[in-house]
Design a protein around this ligand. Structure first.
Ligand SMILES: Nc1ncnc2c1ncn2[C@@H]1O[C@H](COP(=O)(O)OP(=O)(O)OP(=O)(O)O)[C@@H](O)[C@H]1O
Length: 241
């Protein structure tokens, strides 16, 4: 069995347009990985492909050796928009649904997360602010006991104080061997917890580096490294005009 996340030769097209091409990645077990890229780069699409929600036109994805849709579903916990639930659904009903659908859902872990995030399970979905809804998504996603967590822009509506607290606590909410991919535009804020950084640009993996390598070898913060990856292209475009 191959451990961690392995992606080989992944191609995804939508309506004849290539969204992602030639994606090759190997992420070792236990890593917290920042998936970075500008709007429309393809971060959500890549997560949907890894989770098996979207189907690739070409290529292979393996999560701890799981390659079929059914086995991958058990191996990955993907943050959800909760759009399938009626607005009037009380949160405790959603928790019950998760317990039923996912045998790996740990109620005690959910309750611990819900207490930390100040989630009131008696409330209805419609009563939640954007930030509270995101907190609920984080709690539901991390309460599953899986080998891979995919968090797609989990903090965009969460106030900065809560965000800092969640980011610093996230490491304790996953098993040491579990891998976590986080897409986020608050690069500076998540930088301190990242082991690896993946930048998606020009429809593919522009770079995959260890965070320590970026700091030591390139002498840059993660944020500066990320920005320079995009500014490089702007400089080339500017010169060729
Ligand atoms: N259903 C769809 N039909 C056609 N094109 C789509 C569809 N969904 C996404 N795309 C395109 O795929 C590309 C990647 O989108 P994606 O949502 O994965 O980007 P992203 O990096 O997550 O962006 P953001 O940071 O804005 O969330 C974009 O060009 C987008 O327009």
């Amino acid at each position: 069995m191959t451990d961690g996340l392995q992606i080989q030769g992944l191609v995804y097209k939508k309506n004849w347009h290539t969204i992602l091409q030639d994606i090759n990645l190997t992420v070792a077990p236990g890593k917290i990985v920042g998936l970075l890229g500008e709007n429309g780069a393809g971060k959500t699409t890549l997560m949907r492909l890894i989770a098996g929600v979207a189907k690739a036109n070409q290529g292979q994805i393996s999560i701890n050796g799981a390659t079929t849709a059914a086995t991958k579903k058990q191996a990955v916990s993907f943050s959800t928009a909760l759009d399938g639930f009626p607005k009037s659904t009380v949160l405790k009903k959603i928790v019950t649904f998760y317990q039923t659908v996912y045998p790996d859902f740990a109620l005690d872990k959910y309750q611990e997360l819900a207490a930390f995030l100040k989630i009131n399970n008696q409330q209805k979905l419609s009563e939640l602010s954007k930030g509270m809804r995101e907190k609920l998504v984080i709690a539901l996603t991390l309460a599953r006991q899986t080998q891979l967590y995919l968090l797609d822009e989990p903090f965009s509506g969460i106030d900065s104080m809560s965000r800092k607290g969640i980011i610093q606590s996230i490491i304790q909410w996953k098993a040491p061997t579990a891998t976590m991919l986080i897409s986020d535009h608050y690069v500076a804020e998540i930088a301190s917890i990242l082991d690896d950084v993946i930048i998606i640009k020009d429809k593919t993996v522009y770079t995959h580096q260890a965070a320590d390598t970026i700091r030591a070898e390139y002498g840059q913060s993660i944020e500066a490294y990320y920005e320079s990856a995009y500014q490089e292209q702007e400089a080339i475009d500017h010169d060729s005009n």
